[in-house]
Design a protein around this ligand. Structure first.
Ligand SMILES: CC(=O)SCCNC(=O)CCNC(=O)[C@H](O)C(C)(C)COP(=O)(O)OP(=O)(O)OC[C@H]1O[C@@H](n2cnc3c(N)ncnc32)[C@H](O)[C@@H]1OP(=O)(O)O
Ligand SMILES: Nc1ncnc2c1ncn2[C@@H]1O[C@H](COP(=O)(O)OP(=O)(O)OP(=O)(O)O)[C@@H](O)[C@H]1O
Length: 677
C-alpha cells in the first residue's frame, strides 16, 4: 500500500515538474538487478523518450557515454544515466542539458555505502593507472551534494521510496516562438551589423540555436548554416523554417569558393578546430558563431579564452535566461554544484598581501573548499579544463597543489603531477617508439621525442596547470608559486617540467621562472592553434645533465626544425652538419625501431648531407618538405604508412653505407628492445 502511495506521489510530482518547467535528478542506489527493475517500472509508468546513457542498454533508445557529444542540441523527456560501474562526468552534464522541462534524470548508482570505495571504470580515462581505481573523494563530494540538495530524490534499495515535500513553484509558460527579450535585443543588433563576426555564448538551453534560426528567417540576403553534425541542428532548423540551408564543415572547407552567402552561421562552433574556423570566417562577410559555455571539453570556455581573444573585430553577446526549462531548475543547480560549473566572479579581486599554501587532499571525505576554489580558478583560465580534470584532481595518485591566498580568497592556483621513474628498459623502449604506456606526459615525451633513452627514468614534477586571478597578474604571484613548488620538489624530483601551448608571453613567464626550453612540436594543436612546447627546470645533477643535453640538441637541430614551425622560436642555432654519436643512436632508432620522423629531423638532415645515395623519399620529405601526398604520387607509394617504411629503409641503407659495423651493432641493441614487455 505504502509503495502504491509513493508511486502515485511520484506521478503527481512529475506532473507538477512539467507545470513548473523544471527537471530533477532521481538517484537509484542499490544492486544492479534492483535498479534495472525500477527503471523498467518508471519507464512504463511515466511516458517519455527514456534515453538510456551507458554501456549495456536496457531501454530501446540509447547512447554510449562516449557518444553523448553527438546529442548536443537534441532534446529528450526523461533519461537514465548508468553510473553503476563508473561515472563519466562530462557525459552526465551533457545529458542534463538535453532534458526537457518535466524530465527526470535517473542516475543508477552502486549501493550507497559501497560507492566511494568501488573501482570506477571512468578512472581509466584520467587516472593514468593500469586498472580502474576507487574514487572516494569525488564520490564523497557527489554524495554530499545529493544529501544537501532538498530537490533531488534519493531512493536506496531496501528503503521505501520517500518523496520530500517539494516547495510549490510558479506555473511555467513555455516559450511561444516569439523571441525572448534577450534574443530580440541581439537580433536587433545583428540586423544592423556591419561586415564582421559575432559570437553568442551561453550555458545550455538558453536559446542560442533558436536565435540563430530566427536570424536566418529575418535577414534579407542568403544565409548558410554549418555545425559539427547535422543531427544537432534540429532546433536551428525548426526556427529557421524554409531559410534553413545546411552545409557540412568539410564540404564547405573543401571548396569555400563554391559557396557564397551574406551570413554564415556556425552552430556549436567550439567543436570545430580553430584553424578551420579561421578559414571559414575569412570567406564570409558576416558570421555568427554560437557555442555553449560549460566546462566540458570542446565547449565554449576555451573558445572564448583562446579563439575569440585572437580575433580583432568581434562582437560578443551572451544569453542568460533558460528557455528549455524554468529559472532555478533543480537539475541544473545540482549539476553545477557537483561539477563546479558556477564560475567565480572575476570582475574584482582582493588586493591585500598574499600567502602561499601547499594544499593536500583530505584523507577522507569531501574535498576542501580550497580545492574547489582552485579548480574554479583553473577552469576559468584554461581552455582545456573539464570535469575530467576535477575528477583527476580529486582522486588520481601523485597530485600536488599550491594556492596563493589573499584576504581568504584563492587568487592563484598551481597543480603539479608526479611523473617519471620508469625502469631503464621501459624508458629505452619508449625512446625507440616500441612502447607508450599511459601517463607521464613530459617524462615519456622527453624519451620518445628527445635524445636521451633514459630520460623517463628520472623523476619529474610537471606543472599541469597554473593560473592567477586576472586582476592580480604580473605581480610575481605566478613566479612565487613556482618558487615554492621548486623548493618542495627538491626532495623527490630531478626537475620541474611544463608542457604548454607556445606563445611569446607564456614563454617569457616560464623563462622568468628559470625554465629551459627543450622541445617544440612540429604541428599546431587543433584545439589551441599553438605549437606544444616543453620546458624543464633542473633540480638535481641528473636533472641538470638531462636539461643541458636536451637544450643543446634543440640548438643543434633548430635550423632544420624552424622551417616546419611558422612561429619564430627563442633558440640560438649552433651550426653543426656532421653526425655525432647521439645522431647515430637516433638514426638507428628511426631506421630499425619506431621513432617518429618528427623526432629525428635534425639527425636525418645531417645524414642526408653526409651521404651521396639518392634517398628520394627522405630527401623529398625532410630536405624539400614535400607533402606526404606529393611524394607518394611522385614515387608511386601507396600511402603514409608505406612512405614511412620506405624512409626507414632508406635510412638503413645510408647508415650501412657510412659505417656498416656501427650500423649492425646499433641494430642488434635496438631490436632487443622490441622484445621487452
Ligand atoms: C601548464 C600551464 O598551465 S600553461 C598556461 C599558463 N596559464 C595561463 O595561461 C592562465 C592565464 N595566465 C595566468 O594565470 C598568469 O598570467 C600566469 C600564471 C601565466 C603568470 O602569472 P603571473 O603572476 O601573472 O606572472 P608573474 O607576475 O609571476 O610574472 C613573472 C614574469 O613573467 C613574465 N610574464 C608573465 N606574464 C607575462 C605576459 N603576459 N607577457 C609577458 N611577460 C610575462 C614577465 O617577465 C614577468 O615579470 P615582470 O612582470 O616583472 O615583467
Ligand atoms: N523564443 C523562443 N520561442 C520558442 N521556443 C524557443 C525560443 N527560444 C528557444 N526556444 C526553444 O527552447 C529550447 C532551447 O533552445 P536552444 O536549443 O536554441 O538553446 P541552446 O542554448 O542552443 O541550447 P543547447 O546549448 O542545449 O544547444 C529549444 O527547444 C528551442 O526550440
Amino acid at each position: 500500500m505504502a509503495r502504491i502511495d509513493a508511486m502515485e506521489q511520484l506521478r503527481q510530482a512529475t506532473a507538477s515538474m512539467a507545470d513548473a518547467g523544471i527537471r530533477r535528478m532521481m538517484i537509484l542506489s542499490g544492486e544492479s538487478v534492483w535498479s534495472s527493475q525500477q527503471v523498467q517500472t518508471l519507464a512504463r509508468q511515466h511516458p517519455g523518450d527514456w534515453l538510456w546513457v551507458g554501456a549495456a542498454p536496457e531501454l530501446p533508445l540509447h547512447c554510449a557515454t562516449s557518444a553523448m557529444r553527438t546529442l548536443l542540441g537534441r532534446e529528450f523527456l526523461h533519461a537514465v544515466f548508468d553510473a553503476r560501474n563508473g561515472l563519466d562526468a562530462e557525459a552526465l552534464a551533457a545529458l542534463a542539458g538535453t532534458l526537457k522541462a518535466g524530465s527526470w534524470l535517473v542516475l543508477l548508482a552502486p549501493v550507497w555505502n559501497d560507492w566511494p570505495m568501488q573501482p570506477d571504470c571512468d578512472s581509466s580515462r584520467w587516472s593514468e593507472q593500469p586498472e580502474a581505481i576507487p574514487t572516494p573523494h569525488f564520490i564523497a563530494h557527489l554524495q554530499h551534494c545529493i544529501r544537501a540538495d532538498s530537490e533531488c530524490l534519493l531512493w536506496q534499495q531496501h528503503q521505501p521510496l520517500r518523496l520530500p515535500e517539494f516547495p510549490p513553484r510558479p506555473k511555467w509558460h513555455a516559450a511561444s516562438g516569439a523571441p525572448f527579450d534577450e534574443q530580440a535585443a541581439i537580433l536587433n543588433e545583428l540586423a544592423q551589423m556591419p561586415p564582421g563576426v559575432a559570437v553568442v555564448t551561453a550555458p545550455r538551453g538558453r536559446g542560442k540555436s533558436a536565435l540563430a534560426g530566427m536570424l536566418l528567417r529575418m535577414i534579407p540576403g542568403k544565409g548558410l548554416v554549418t555545425a559539427p553534425g547535422k543531427a544537432a541542428t534540429d532546433v536551428l532548423a525548426e526556427h529557421a523554417g524554409e531559410r534553413f540551408n545546411f552545409v557540412a564543415p568539410d564540404a564547405l572547407l573543401a571548396n569555400t569558393e563554391a559557396f557564397q552567402a551574406d551570413w554564415l552561421i556556425i552552430d556549436e562552433a567550439a567543436a570545430i578546430p580553430a584553424p578551420q574556423l579561421r578559414k571559414l570566417i575569412a570567406h564570409f562577410p558576416r558570421v555568427l558563431l554560437t557555442t555553449t559555455v560549460q566546462g566540458y571539453e570542446g565547449t565554449g570556455r576555451g573558445f572564448v579564452l583562446k579563439f575569440c581573444a585572437s580575433l580583432d573585430a568581434l562582437t560578443r553577446y551572451t544569453l542568460s535566461t533558460p528557455i528549455r526549462w524554468a529559472t532555478n531548475d533543480p537539475l541544473e543547480h545540482l549539476i553545477d554544484a557537483v561539477l563546479l560549473f558556477d564560475e567565480p566572479d572575476v570582475t574584482s579581486a582582493p588586493q591585500g598581501a598574499i600567502s602561499l599554501q601547499a594544499i593536500e587532499r583530505n584523507r577522507e571525505g569531501e574535498p576542501s573548499e580550497q580545492l574547489q576554489d582552485m579548480y574554479r580558478l583553473l577552469s576559468g583560465a584554461h581552455y582545456r579544463t573539464s570535469p575530467l580534470d576535477w575528477r583527476r584532481m580529486l582522486d588520481a595518485p601523485g597530485q600536488h597543489f599550491i594556492a596563493a591566498i589573499s584576504e581568504d580568497e584563492t587568487i592563484g592556483a598551481t597543480w603539479l603531477v608526479e611523473e617519471g621513474g620508469l625502469d631503464e628498459q621501459l624508458s629505452r623502449a619508449v625512446w625507440a617508439g616500441f612502447r607508450r604506456p599511459r601517463g607521464n606526459l613530459v617524462a615519456q615525451s622527453l624519451a620518445a621525442h628527445g635524445g636521451s633513452p633514459l630520460a623517463a627514468t628520472l623523476k619529474g614534477l610537471r606543472v599541469s596547470r597554473i593560473a592567477v586571478h586576472p586582476l592580480r597578474q604580473r605581480q610575481q604571484i605566478g613566479q612565487q608559486m613556482i618558487a615554492l613548488a621548486r623548493t618542495q620538489a627538491q626532495q623527490g624530483a630531478d626537475y620541474l617540467s611544463v608542457s604548454f601551448g607556445f606563445t611569446n608571453e607564456l614563454w617569457r613567464f616560464w623563462e622568468s621562472c628559470g625554465f629551459v626550453l627543450v622541445r617544440v612540436g612540429s604541428h599546431r594543436e587543433a584545439s589551441s592553434g599553438c605549437y606544444t612546447a616543453m620546458a624543464l627546470l633542473p633540480l638535481t645533477a641528473q636533472g641538470e645533465a638531462l636539461t643541458r643535453h636536451e637544450q643543446q640538441r634543440l640548438e643543434r637541430d633548430i635550423s632544420w626544425l624552424q622551417p616546419w614551425i611558422d612561429q619564430p622560436l627563442p633558440v640560438i642555432p649552433r651550426e653543426e652538419t656532421t653526425l655525432n654519436s647521439d645522431d647515430w643512436l637516433e638514426l638507428a632508432g628511426f631506421a630499425f625501431a619506431h621513432r617518429p620522423l618528427e623526432a629525428c629531423l635534425g639527425s636525418l638532415n645531417r645524414l642526408l648531407l653526409s651521404c651521396d645515395l639518392p634517398l628520394n623519399a627522405l630527401r623529398g620529405r625532410v630536405q624539400q618538405r614535400l607533402s606526404v601526398e606529393a611524394i607518394c604520387q611522385q614515387l608511386q607509394i601507396s600511402g603514409r604508412k608505406a612512405l614511412l617504411n620506405v624512409m626507414r629503409q632508406e635510412a638503413q641503407k645510408a647508415l650501412e653505407k657510412l659505417d656498416e659495423q656501427q650500423c649492425i651493432a646499433l641494430k642488434d641493441s635496438l631490436l632487443q628492445l622490441q622484445f621487452f614487455h
